[in-house]
Design a protein around this ligand. Structure first.
Ligand code: ADP
Length: 445
């Protein structure tokens, strides 16, 4: 136990490390979400719209036809399997496609259709007969830029006259050359060099400037400044668009420096609740006993799919091994894996190829696997100081109110300390966590 705690402490310290790592973590999470998400998230909240000119009529569309897109683009949109605009697209698209173009700041959680929206706006605005850059899109990392690039390619599939180039480190161009591609997508540093130092791009000819993932962007030292310097080179009538999944004060003040006279669209994240969850705890004396209780639970109830959270990589690895030996089909998600590997593991789990996903706290932050009906906290979530991490607890087992199916959460307690954590979590949410006797499991079915 002591060893485990020390290891856990080391792991959380190593996750507190540098600014650079923190940033990487945000960008990695965002990338992970993109890699595993293949459709829109359902969000029943209303969008909040703040218009630059509150007296102008607010247009919203219920179909892509209403937008009068170029036929090649409409074909691209339908080819991607989109039938109708998502909730934020309903208002964001008419604003972005209006004449004269309007500036926009939009905030909504990942998976709500922001990328698809600004890609469509960029593709609609370019003039394919002009062979110079007209749209710039900056993203926080190379990998995120590539993901957006893929969306441009898919949506522009029937519009081959429009082409795209990546302004990313490693993409070296000859001195003195001028880009012919209409759309440039890249990271702020390289984009700035291409516009300024190397003059591969004439910033005065840019008509649309997109800044994606503003919240991830400002977490990187230097990105904010570089983005602002790019923005200052652009003409006054260039359309400025900024997107973010979250909206803290720092993001907001950055957004206002990038986007003058903005229209603002916000879609609140759906609140998570414990109301539809049955919460239990199991009292054990050791890690081995926790494992045996877990096996008893598995023997007694039918569990379609479960996620099991451990505090350290070592415990997660050990548990996954033990479960496999008991013939469970287990997937292990672990901190040392690359984002793509993690995405592949999560994908397989979502497809039901594995029934159990064992993971560490740190690793599973920010991912949603909606269909999981049973969540097991093999170790309770604690922060770096050993206090209960209520937010993680809620995110892990909480369901969103409206679409929430009933769920089951089982917490494994194996010491006075973890009992104390459990009690504090219980108090925090004012919701009882019942004791479960794993030798008599009739009650939970
Ligand atoms: P965000 O940028 O907010 O994370 P995306 O634009 O990446 O959201 O969209 C999330 C997922 O939903 C993607 O898989 C995308 O292809 C899909 N999607 C986007 N817009 C629509 C739509 N109107 N109809 C159906 N699916 C959509």
């Amino acid at each position: 136990q002591a060893v485990d705690e020390q290891e856990a402490a080391e792991e959380s310290v190593s996750h507190k490390l540098t600014q650079r790592e923190l940033t990487y973590d945000k960008a990695a999470q965002s990338l992970l979400n993109k890699l595993i998400r293949n459709n829109l998230v359902n969000n029943p909240n209303q969008v909040e719209v703040l218009q630059k000119d509150p007296n102008s009529p607010l247009y919203s569309v219920k179909s892509f036809e209403e937008l009068r897109l170029k036929p090649q683009l409409l074909q691209g949109v339908y080819g991607m399997g989109f039938n109708r605009p998502s909730k934020i697209q309903e208002t964001a698209l008419p604003m972005m496609l209006a004449e004269p173009p309007q500036n926009l700041i939009a905030q909504s959680q990942s998976g709500t259709g922001k990328t698809a929206a600004f890609v469509l706006a960029m593709l609609s605005h370019v003039d394919p007969n002009k062979t110079y850059p007209q749209c710039l899109c900056v993203s926080p990392t190379y990998e995120l830029a590539l993901q957006t690039g893929k969306v441009i390619e898919q949506m522009g599939k029937h519009y081959p006259e429009v082409s795209l180039v990546y302004a990313i480190r490693g993409n070296k161009l000859q001195r003195g050359m001028k880009l012919q591609e209409q759309i440039v997508i890249g990271t702020p540093g390289t984009m700035l060099d291409w516009c300024g130092k190397f003059k591969f791009i004439d910033p005065k000819k840019i008509m649309v400037f997109v800044l994606d993932e503003a919240d991830v962007m400002i977490a990187t030292q230097g990105h904010q400044d570089q983005s602002i310097r790019i923005q200052r080179m652009l003409p006054k009538n260039c359309q400025m668009l900024l997107f973010s999944a979250t909206f803290e004060e720092t993001v907001w003040s950055f957004a206002q420096r990038i986007v003058p006279d903005p229209n603002i669209i916000k879609l609140k994240r759906e609140e998570e609740t414990l109301d539809t969850i049955k919460q239990y705890y199991v009292l054990c004396n050791s890690r081995e006993e926790k494992f045996h209780s877990l096996c008893n639970i598995y023997g007694a109830i039918t569990i379609a799919q479960a996620m099991i959270f451990c505090h350290t990589r070592k415990t997660a690895g050990w548990l996954a091994g033990e479960l496999s030996r008991e013939d469970h089909q287990v997937a292990l998600l672990s901190g040392e894996m690359q984002v793509e590997q993690r995405a592949a593991v999560i994908d397989r789990f979502r497809e039901g190829k594995e029934k159990v996903l064992v993971t560490t706290n740190v690793c599973a932050r920010g991912i949603d696997v909606e269909q999981v009906s049973v969540v097991i906290n093999f170790d309770l979530p604690v922060d770096k100081d050993g206090n209960p991490d209520n937010e993680t607890y809620l995110h892990r087992i909480g369901r969103t109110g409206r679409f929430g199916k009933r769920g089951l959460a089982i917490n494994m307690v194996d010491s006075k300390m973890s009992m104390n954590i459990l009690n504090r979590i219980q108090e925090h949410f004012s919701k009882k966590i019942e004791k479960l006797d794993t030798d008599d499991l009739d009650e939970i079915e």
